[in-house]
Design a protein around this ligand. Structure first.
Ligand SMILES: NC(=O)c1ccc[n+]([C@@H]2O[C@H](COP(=O)([O-])OP(=O)(O)OC[C@H]3O[C@@H](n4cnc5c(N)ncnc54)[C@H](O)[C@@H]3O)[C@@H](O)[C@H]2O)c1
Length: 424
């Protein structure tokens, strides 16, 4: 007899399932687009019998995406896409109430993290859903036997898309992937408003330090950086931006922010937050000049943005005054406070993005999974854009759910916009 799917999961505590289910239902109320898709997927079963593995942050919103995929007929397993982002009650509910095998324990070490990815790959998926490209990358490095049956994958975040494009560029990518992050209805809202609100939430929950009047430096003025800066400004902080891209720096300056080098900004900042997707954006030379008491946090995908080894090497002592704060004491008496070990602060110290933005990101994920399955064998092995129709559909569904109506082009306007003869 086949063992029940729930028997093979690896989660922290099954007794948390009721609490997890209540929070998942709470989040669903803010996800009207996914609710609509759940009904449609139940009716149409667009993923019937499709073996899928998802490597995603195990949060309430992800649980609702998983329910939609399962309603659509997918045979799904999940593992965590970050060791500190798992909500253990959600993992328990996924297993007990939604019968979705889940491999995720908050605080798991690196070995368990990769053991869980291996378990998700042992499911022998034909579709993958990644947040950071770890499933795709591990499959190409360790489990090439699975490549032959792969239909394709979808990718949630900027960093994952960068990794996948690098693979495609090197001719290494062996199946097509859709870059969900690049949908307008994803990065314009999730990266900007989602990361903006939840990063501030994480910093406040971790420190409970007043932001008003403080110097708050945002490293990287991309989609996430714009959101973090906007929300910090709303709290009354004096926001400073550091960039390496001249256009983004110019945009920040014209949005009214002070733009400086990080070496200059570090000397006066009370908070420094990285959102670059890059390695060692905050490095040894910055720690050396940082203001006493500076709070340093990261909201970028991987924990590489802050050079923690360099900070460790400079410190003479380290303690943990609050659960998500490590205070490093330097030889000259200064203290530097690192939040959540440099892992994405919004998921490690708060609950990640609010459900209302994940509603759009995950509607894109669900529709792109169905799109990928419908186009099995016909897409090139490269990183594909989200089809414009899906992006527009998600925007329309969200507007509808928000009770917002918009105007339509008249036939005259449509003709004008597609002609070139008419001038003044
Ligand atoms: N925390 C979350 O929940 C969450 C959500 C979405 C995306 N992300 C992650 O956040 C990161 C940023 O995503 P994005 O969509 O804003 O990317 P983006 O490409 O829009 O922006 C990144 C910006 O950082 C700048 N940058 C790169 N190196 C820098 C450096 N050394 N110093 C200063 N600026 C530098 C780039 O010029 C760019 O403008 C990625 O790792 C992404 O995966 C996290």
């Amino acid at each position: 007899m086949t063992p029940p799917k729930t028997a093979v999961s690896d989660i922290k505590d099954p007794s948390l399932a009721d609490q997890g289910r209540a929070r998942i239902e709470w989040a669903l109320q803010e996800m009207p687009v996914l609710q609509g898709l759940m009904e449609r997927f139940t009716r149409e079963r667009p993923l019937k019998g499709v073996r899928m593995s998802g490597c995603l942050h195990i949060t309430t919103e992800t649980a609702n995406l998983a329910r939609v995929l399962a309603a659509g007929g997918a045979d799904l397993v999940l593992c965590a896409s970050n060791p500190l982002s798992t909500q253990d009650d959600v993992a328990a509910a996924l297993v007990k109430y939604f019968e979705i095998p889940t491999y995720a324990i908050r605080g798991e070490d690196n070995q368990s993290y990769y053991r869980h990815i291996t378990a998700a790959l042992d499911h022998r998926p034909v579709l993958t859903m990644d947040d950071g490209a770890d499933l795709v990358s591990e499959m190409h490095k360790q489990r090439t036997d699975l490549l032959v049956n792969m239909i394709g994958g979808t990718e949630e975040t900027t960093t994952g898309v960068i990794r996948l494009r690098a693979m495609a560029c090197a001719g290494a990518l062996q199946f097509p992937v859709v870059a969900v992050n690049d949908a307008m209805t994803k990065h314009l809202f999730d990266n900007r408003y989602g990361t903006g609100q939840s990063t501030l939430d994480g910093i406040i929950r971790a420190t409970n330090i007043l932001l008003a009047g403080k110097v708050f430096t945002v490293v990287g003025y991309g989609w996430c950086g714009r959101g973090v800066a906007m929300r910090a400004k709303g709290h009354g902080a004096k926001v400073c931006i550091t960039e390496v891209d001249p256009v983004c720096a110019l945009e920040a300056a014209m949005d009214g922010y002070e733009v400086r080098t990080l070496l200059e900004a570090a000397q006066e900042s009370d908070f420094i937050v990285t959102v670059t997707g890059n390695k060692h954006a905050v490095d040894k030379q910055h720690f050396k000049v940082m203001k006493n008491g500076c709070v340093v946090a990261n909201a970028g995908h991987f924990n590489v943005e802050i050079n923690i080894a360099a900070l460790d090497a400079l410190a003479v002592e380290k303690d943990r005054p609050r659960p998500s704060v490590d205070e490093y004491h330097l030889a000259d008496g200064r203290r530097i406070r690192l939040l959540s070990e440099g892992r994405l602060i919004n998921l490690a110290a708060a609950e990640g993005h609010p459900a209302a933005v994940m509603d759009m990101s995950f509607a894109n994920q669900a529709l792109c999974a169905a799109f990928m399955f419908n186009h099995a064998g016909s897409l090139e092995n490269k990183v594909h854009c989200v089809p414009r129709e899906i992006d527009q559909e998600v925007a329309n569904l969200k507007l509808q759910a928000m009770g917002i109506s918009i105007d339509r082009l008249t036939a005259e306007q449509q003709a004008y916009l597609t002609s070139w003869q008419e001038g003044t």
